[in-house]
Design a binder for this molecule. Structure first.
Ligand SMILES: *Cc1c(COP(=O)(O)O)cnc(C)c1O
Length: 385
């Protein structure tokens, strides 16, 4: 009976695990006076900086905002070129375009889906200013190689680390070799405040400047006024509003101590998932390279492009949540029109975009649920073979 019930129970794509600790943290913030940026944000920033082993973290309202802020704060001028990957969420590219930069794509590695570092040199021009890698699915790009290349051409690096809070590669963590690494705490990310983001940097002067720019460029913020009483403030530079509030700060602060435990839970589930998936014919998976400490954000399979969309329908019919991360950005209507690219220009990314599927995956997912996903996927593959 129990077995039968479990066999057709819905498996959501993601389920958050925020509970009594977070509720208590929110209660504490509400009992105080400061709901906007204040001591809870500061507390989170300090903890997260220590976790990443980096000098500075700024809590922000989103990763998209963090990317935009980093670009304008690091001096992007209209028309400057930013080299990035088409195998990403649109935010990477919209941040560049909203800052009036020009995205220049390079194709990705077929094994990992990450930006192919070897293809960068060929697209560098005298307008190139930035490289913006994305650590896809939680596997870091080769930051050592990127840094060497960036230094050779005097380029700045901004990491889109939305998938990679916990990851590392060759002992390097996000932010340690770049100008800035940007994180997301969106609802389905490894750590979440519903919406939220952060920027990590080893450059303290840059951090001071970005902090100001994240609050309209104002020389004082609400928390200063609360602590010091009202003093006149000024605006020295054009900024935008990207600050994190105390409710978000408190929610994130109390998840920090569970980060590694949750990573271990995802590692174990990823290991089991991938072993089971290997038994299925018609299923490929991204490789995990030597030296990589994977953050395991998504459980990705690569399928026959002719079958992918029918398999999504079949899984959804069985109440199994799934998502596509991502159809390649350069093929989406707006970007292909604005940037004048066609799907075949970055053929490997386009191909991954046609084949990729993200299966349900989160630290509290049971092994029975994983089995249920595997069985449903196997059935869908058999039906469409
Ligand atoms: C989620 C995500 C973003 C955007 O994060 P927000 O916090 O929602 O702005 C950017 N890039 C990638 C790769 C993402 O997965």
């Amino acid at each position: 009976m129990e077995q039968a019930r479990q066999a057709d129970e819905a498996v959501p794509f993601f389920r958050h695990d925020l509970g009594s600790l977070e509720l208590e943290a929110i209660r504490e913030v509400l009992a105080g006076d400061i709901l906007t940026t204040g001591d809870y944000v500061r507390g989170f920033e300090e903890k997260f900086a220590k976790y990443l082993n980096i000098a500075e973290v700024i809590g922000l309202s989103s990763c998209t905002g963090a990317l935009h802020l980093a670009l304008i704060g690091l001096g992007l001028k209209p028309g400057d070129e930013v080299i990035t990957t088409p195998m990403t969420f649109v935010a990477t590219v919209t941040a560049i375009m909203c800052a009036q930069g020009k995205p220049v794509f390079v194709d990705v590695e077929a094994e990992t889906g990450n930006m192919d570092v070897n293809k960068i040199r060929a697209v560098i021009t005298d307008k190139t200013r930035f490289i913006m890698p994305v650590h896809l699915y939680g596997q870091m790009c080769d930051m050592g190689a990127l840094r060497a290349l960036a230094d050779e051409y005097n380029l700045k690096i901004i990491e889109d680390s939305a998938h990679c809070i916990e990851g590392h590669r060759d002992g390097i963590r996000p932010g340690q070799l770049s100008e800035a690494a940007c994180f997301s705490f969106y609802a389905t990310k490894n750590m979440t405040s519903g919406e939220g983001g952060a920027l990590a940097t080893r450059h303290e002067d840059l951090c001071r400047r970005l902090r100001t720019l994240s609050q309209h460029g104002m020389t004082k913020n609400a928390n200063d006024r609360y602590k010091e009483g009202y003093r006149h403030w000024d605006v020295l530079e054009l900024g935008w509003k990207y600050n994190m509030d105390n409710l978000q700060g408190a929610l994130l602060n109390c998840q920090m101590s569970r980060l590694d435990e949750k990573l271990r839970a995802r590692q174990q589930r990823a290991h089991y998932y991938r072993q089971r998936l290997m038994e299925l014919s018609g299923v490929e998976m991204p490789a995990v390279l030597d030296g990589v400490g994977h953050a395991w954000h998504l459980m990705t399979v690569w399928l026959d492009p002719e079958l992918r969309d029918s398999i999504i329908l079949a899984l959804q019919k069985e109440k199994i949540g799934c998502v596509v991360n991502y159809r390649a950005v350069h093929g989406l209507t707006y970007f292909s029109q604005q940037l004048g690219c066609s799907k075949s220009d970055f053929a490997i990314a386009a191909d991954i975009g046609d084949r990729t599927l993200s299966l349900p995956f989160y630290p509290t997912m049971s092994y029975q649920q994983i089995d249920r996903v595997i069985v449903a996927l196997e059935r869908a593959l058999a039906a469409h073979a």
